[in-house]
Ligand binder design. Structure first.
Ligand code: NAD
Ligand code: LMR
Length: 327
């Protein structure tokens, strides 16, 4: 039995993400939780002839408890999206409360689950979830992930538009965090190898860092990236399922994680100004993160890292303080 729960399943991301997860034949149960509309979304998806049995839950009748209990993976795209002119941090006030509430239920009813956070601001919401789990004595850093896969997806697409490669063949590690200058694409590590000139590196870096703004602007008040995020979220969730259910070896992908209790965490922490949370390539195994890889940066990428560190420090502290003050 492999149960996956999506919290925020009726939203712009939640619906297409749930559709993509319904296509994964490793999933036998798909639990959809939201404060609205999940009975309809679940009924619709339940007609698709793949193995997952789909169930919709609302807050009534202990819906959240039922949705998360027994879940192997919990994906969280619950919360407000940006409108033009907003930063991701402007979402903190609303989304911090939402994420804290969901994390509290997970700590109680699904403490063993792999938890994948999509809700923004990711740089703060991941520390919020970690603090809630720590308070209840059930935090396992190997099982908590901020999903930064959309930055990697964008980096493949945008670089391929310049290099002429097939975007699906291209991999660019993206490290740091998930907001503006904290997003650090490592164009020096692109595969297949390609030598961009300095102007191209600067322009591509900016485009990847602010890719989210392109979508927010184009949607003109109707929200932010949903479909590309659903693709990215499913890709990351499928990687977790492959590593932890199918036992697939050698899966490596960036994610924003707490730097503790797995190989490489202390070494990486020392190179990123002592930050407690950072996104870098993680090597996955049956229990989640096996190892986090160290950084090899060009001089330009070092500069980007230095600009990201204070911003990340602020966002992490904001999440931690929020949970401390709320308790
Ligand atoms: P949306 O408004 O379309 O959907 C959000 C859903 O969350 C809604 O259905 C809403 O009812 C639900 N919700 C609100 N409070 C809830 C609660 N307490 N419990 C359960 N569900 C609740 O928004 P969206 O476009 O799907 O975006 C969701 C979040 O994902 C936003 O915060 C957005 O900024 C973020 N996001 C992150 C990334 C990333 O790369 N990590 C990319 C895109 C969007
Ligand atoms: C993104 O990168 O598209 C998301 O974080 C949503 C946003 O607010 O830009």
């Amino acid at each position: 039995m492999v149960k996956v729960a999506v919290l925020g399943a009726s939203g712009g991301i939640g619906q297409p993400l749930s559709l993509l997860l319904k296509q994964n034949h490793s999933v036998t149960s798909l639990a959809l939780y939201d404060i609205v509309n999940t009975p309809g979304v679940a009924a619709d998806l339940s007609h698709i002839n793949t193995p997952a049995v789909v169930t919709g839950y609302l807050p009534a009748n202990n819906g959240l408890e039922q949705a998360v209990t027994g879940a192997h993976v919990i994906v969280i795209p619950a919360g407000l999206p940006r409108k033009p002119g907003m930063t991701r941090d402007d979402l903190f006030k609303k989304n911090a409360d939402i994420v804290r509430g969901l994390a509290t239920a997970i700590a109680q009813f699904a403490p063993q689950a792999f938890i994948l956070i999509i809700s923004n601001p990711v740089n703060s919401t991941v520390p919020i979830v970690a603090e809630v789990l720590k308070q209840r004595g059930v935090f396992d850093p190997k099982r908590l992930f901020g999903v930064t896969t959309l930055d990697i997806v964008r980096a493949s697409t945008f670089t391929a538009q310049i290099s002429g490669a097939f975007s699906s063949d291209v991999t660019v590690p993206v490290i740091g965090g998930h907001s503006g200058v904290t997003i650090i694409p490592l164009l020096s590590k692109i595969t297949p190898k390609y030598e961009f000139n300095h102007d191209q590196i600067v322009a591509l870096t900016k485009r990847i860092q602010f890719g989210g703004d392109e979508v927010v602007k184009a949607k003109d008040g109707a929200g932010s990236a949903t479909l590309s995020m659903a693709h990215a979220g499913a890709r990351f969730a499928n990687a977790i399922l492959d590593a932890t259910v199918k036992g697939v070896d050698g899966i490596v992908t960036p994610a924003y994680v707490y730097l503790g209790a797995f190989n490489g965490a202390n070494e990486l922490k020392a190179t990123v100004g002592g930050l407690d949370y950072f996104s870098s390539n993680v090597e996955l195994g049956p229990n989640g993160i096996n190892k986090i890889q160290k950084l090899e940066l060009s001089a330009y990428e070092q500069e980007l890292l230095q600009a990201a560190i204070p911003e990340l420090q602020k966002s992490i502290a904001k999440g931690v303080t929020f949970v401390e003050e709320a308790s």
